[in-house]
Design a protein. Structure first.
Length: 299
């Protein structure tokens, strides 16, 4: 779920002073669409954002959410798709078990605990949020809330545009950096969180590199890419992608000398999964897919 869509949904209802229901998955067994910690919001009309089951259970959750709002009483619910697949899963063959907690979010309570969750999603640092599973109960669910990953796109050519678009669709936050102002001005980077124009060797001075989880080096300019890799080698980023063929990558690694050692096991070059991609959009897709694979592996 794109966290920005969840935040927009929350903000619009909060501005109108409407109550909501927060649904949190707190336990799963077997094969399930989402895992513990996944969440969705349901408003007083039954409209929801977030998907916990791929569409199988959301209708029932919407009805239960209306009951929660009417009674101001939280609910817990267990869906055992291994037993009730024909009823809930519509015969799709799911065999997992999911336990969920539905709690009201009210203006008079400051929409707690989702206000804290929203603050984390808008920020740059992950944090734990404790959710009581029942009124006056010592049992709590601790949810690890991760803000959307920050992605650094180094190069503002035409092939960088679909990278930013695909990343934005996932809710990732992109910053585009290039030493050529015309590239930034003429490119469609409306879905980027920020753009920056400066010489390549000033990257670390202009941006706080520690807040980025991933970077893709794609300036098509050898000296710039060399400067980018040298500065990225001093970060802890788990994914650093490099566009271009292997011989170009090998040349750059030789040219940055000892800095290349710290890039081992986290430099992906040529960047992107091997899906036979040709052209800007398919190549961008392969890069974003590889980034997603790295995020999943890390988590």
């Amino acid at each position: 779920m794109n966290p920005d869509l969840l935040l927009q949904f929350f903000d619009s209802r909060r501005e109108r002073g409407e109550s909501l229901v927060l649904v949190t998955v707190y336990e799963t067994q077997g094969s399930t669409y989402s895992k513990a910690g996944a969440q969705m919001l349901v408003d007083q009309d039954g409209v929801f954002r977030g998907m916990l089951s791929g569409g199988c259970l959301e209708g029932d959750l919407s009805i239960r959410a209306q009951q929660v709002l009417q009674t101001a009483t939280p609910q817990t619910v267990t869906y055992d798709l291994g037993v009730d697949d024909e009823l809930w899963g519509m015969g799709v063959g799911c065999d997992g078990l999911m336990r969920m907690y539905l709690q009201p979010l009210c203006p008079e309570d400051g929409y707690a605990p989702f206000t804290q969750i929203a603050d984390i999603l808008r920020g740059h640092t992950a944090a734990d949020v404790s959710i009581p599973l029942a009124a006056e109960s010592p049992d709590t669910l601790t949810v690890r809330v991760e803000p959307p990953p920050q992605v650094l796109v180094l190069g503002a050519g035409l092939d960088a545009e679909p990278v930013v678009r695909f990343a934005a669709e996932l809710g990732w936050r992109c910053t585009v950096f290039d030493h050529r102002q015309a590239y930034i001005d003429n490119g469609d980077f409306s879905q980027a969180e920020a753009t920056c124009c400066a010489p390549a060797d000033e990257l670390a001075d202009r941006l706080e590199l520690a807040r980025f989880r991933m970077a893709i080096v794609m300036s098509h300019h050898l000296a710039s890419d060399r400067a980018y890799l040298r500065q990225l080698s001093e970060t802890d980023m788990a994914y650093i992608g490099l566009l271009g063929p292997r011989n170009r990558r090998d040349r750059l690694l030789v040219e940055i000398g000892s800095a290349a050692v710290t890039l081992e096991n986290r430099l992906y070059g040529p960047a992107g999964l091997d899906i036979g991609a040709r052209g800007p959009a398919p190549i961008a897709l392969s890069i974003i897919a590889q980034m997603q694979a790295e995020l999943s592996r890390a988590s």
